[in-house]
Design a protein around this ligand. Structure first.
Ligand code: HEM
Length: 261
């Protein structure tokens, strides 16, 4: 913490905590915990999610072709091209807003591989009404947890063929973002919850989403990628991490990459 003051290029988030410590009297031990959370969420979740996204694209050539065509078009529309002796491309936020197919592929990846347990403290006596008419009384002081992975993400009524990767699952036929999903004929509001929900919904979701999109965008414009084994099976998820967030694969995947120019 002491060395931080003499370093350049400190993350604004980290720096603000340091300021908070001085201005609001936050204890150093709390800041240490906060830093550990930041390290955990960024390394434990975004990295594996990037792995899965790239893997699913390589495993599904139709998905790879659709996303590649989209990123190439967006790059061209920005007036840039990748050349051997050219500048590195300038990937802007505006460009990342024009990728509905990539957005859908990211959302589909997170549906299949983000399995957080959402824990809540019950602050007042309450009654939880279920869709089937059942009611549960939950007393103040209890802790409860929701696990949307099995209840929602892999629910075949909401997402038919739920274990398959379908890059366009979150796209309407006209190419816009699909938000209408149904169960028992009723519209489901929370049809995918990789970021949780409510007051403690992941505050890093925009950052993480952009990280994933930037990573794939740049990989696809600079490289051709393919699985070393074309019949590669999807690695099993490390189930010991169910509930912690992004699922990790139990093994590595070999792939080839070569510059496209
Ligand atoms: C794919 C990547 C990520 C996934 C799937 C993810 C998912 C989640 C989930 C499910 C929660 C709990 C939400 C709830 O209880 O309702 C959470 C909390 C949190 N996430 Fe993320 N996250 C990701 C990346 C990040 C990144 C990159 C950051 C920071 C830069 C971040 C910062 C946080 C923080 C600070 C919390 C605690 C929020 C609170 O308790 O109020 N996350 N995340």
């Amino acid at each position: 913490m002491q060395k931080m003051k003499i370093k350049d290029n400190i993350s604004r988030w980290v720096w603000d905590m340091q300021q908070g410590r001085q201005e609001l009297g936050i204890k150093e031990s709390m800041i240490d915990r906060y830093m550990l959370v930041l390290l955990w969420v960024s390394q434990g979740n975004t990295g594996p999610s990037a792995f899965w996204l790239l893997f699913f694209l390589m495993k599904h050539p139709e998905a790879m072709a659709a996303v590649r065509e989209e990123v190439n078009r967006v790059l061209k529309e920005s007036g840039q091209e990748v050349r051997r002796d050219g500048h590195l491309i300038n990937l802007t936020c505006d460009m990342l807003m024009k990728t509905p197919i990539l957005d859908s592929a990211v959302e589909e990846t997170l549906r299949l591989t983000a399995a957080p347990l959402l824990v809540r403290s019950v602050l007042q006596d309450m009654t939880l009404k279920m869709a089937n008419g059942c009611e549960y009384r939950i007393p103040k002081g209890d802790r409860m947890a929701v696990f949307p992975y099995s209840a929602v993400h892999l629910n075949p009524e909401i997402h038919p063929d739920p274990h398959s990767f379908k890059y366009d699952r979150f796209l309407n036929p006209d190419g816009s973002k699909k938000t209408d999903f149904y169960k028992d004929g009723k519209n489901v509001k929370y049809y995918s919850m990789p970021w949780g929900a409510g007051v403690s919904m992941c505050p890093g979701r925009f950052f993480a989403n952009n990280e994933l999109k930037q990573f794939v965008f740049l990989m696809l414009v600079y490289f051709d990628l393919e699985l070393k084994n074309p019949d590669e099976k999807t690695p099993r998820y490390d189930v010991s991490r169910l509930g912690f967030g992004a699922l990790h694969p139990v093994r590595d995947i070999q792939f080839r990459y070569s510059l496209r120019f």
